[in-house]
Ligand binder design. Structure first.
Ligand code: SF4
Length: 246
């Protein structure tokens, strides 16, 4: 274990822990020669709010990365776009084994156009390093692409309107594990109102992909005593990837 990773574990307030199998912490798989995601569309599709929900979801489900980015950039399907600085699409390796999903952009994310920046982002980075990866080796996205005013919780209708974008990201990435960070993300992704305390510790499924729930780094900053539980969640996610044999 290198010094940087030891330091990150220290940030998390945890005792260093060594992976039993190196495969659990493999970097994102390289793209085989000749393999590519669907070819960019010549004309990026724009998703109009007037389209029926099914037609809109079908259009999004056929998009490649370029079209999806353009659709998110131009989306005004819910009222949030009018009040945010920019959409926050997501960041990371488009072939990542680990997909980390949070709730929605906050003030820093809205300003920078990237999810999980600021102090919470730094702690998330430490969590990623603690499992033997780098931020660039995972993909990070949110349930919502636009910042809710005053960081209020997403409304159910906003989350549903934005969901096709995230579902398409999941399909394009094809991750081996999804880590849902925070109550809002977990409840939206799993369509439940079960408490985060009860959602933790179990491997759920989202579209066939294993999903593990943990606390949001912003909560861990306020409640450092819960970091050990978060570490336990990360170990569950690592074990899940190991046991999938991939
Ligand atoms: S939050 Fe999602 S659905 Fe609403 S305007 Fe932004 S991109 Fe569109």
């Amino acid at each position: 274990m290198d010094a940087k990773r030891l330091s990150r574990l220290h940030d998390l307030g945890i005792t260093p822990w060594v992976l039993r199998h190196a495969s659990a912490a493999q970097p994102a798989r390289p793209r085989p020669v000749g393999e590519s995601h669907s070819a960019p569309l010549a004309v990026a599709l724009t998703v109009q709010p007037t389209l029926a929900a099914d037609a809109r979801a079908s259009a999004v489900a056929a998009m490649d990365w370029a079209a999806l980015r353009a659709a998110v950039r131009d989306c005004t399907a819910c009222g949030l776009r009018a009040g945010c600085t920019q959409t926050v699409f997501g960041v990371g390796d488009e072939h990542a084994r680990w997909l980390i999903i949070g709730e929605a952009p906050g003030a820093d994310e809205d300003r920078q156009g990237e999810p999980f920046v600021g102090r919470a982002g730094q702690l998330l980075n430490s969590m990623i390093v603690a499992i033997g990866l780098k931020r660039e080796q995972v993909y990070i996205a949110n349930v919502l692409k636009c910042r809710p005013p005053n960081n209020r919780d997403p409304k159910p209708e906003e989350a549903e309107l934005c969901r096709p974008f995230l579902e398409r990201q999941i399909a394009l990435i094809a991750p081996k594990i999804i880590l849902a960070v925070g109550r809002i993300a977990a409840q939206n992704l799993l369509h439940t109102d079960t408490t985060i305390g009860r959602l933790r510790g179990t491997v759920h499924r989202l579209g066939g992909v294993p999903l593990v729930v943990t606390y949001h780094p912003a909560y861990l900053l306020r409640s450092p005593g819960e970091k050990r539980k978060a570490w336990s969640d990360l170990k569950l996610a690592v074990r899940t990837v190991q046991e999938s044999g991939q």
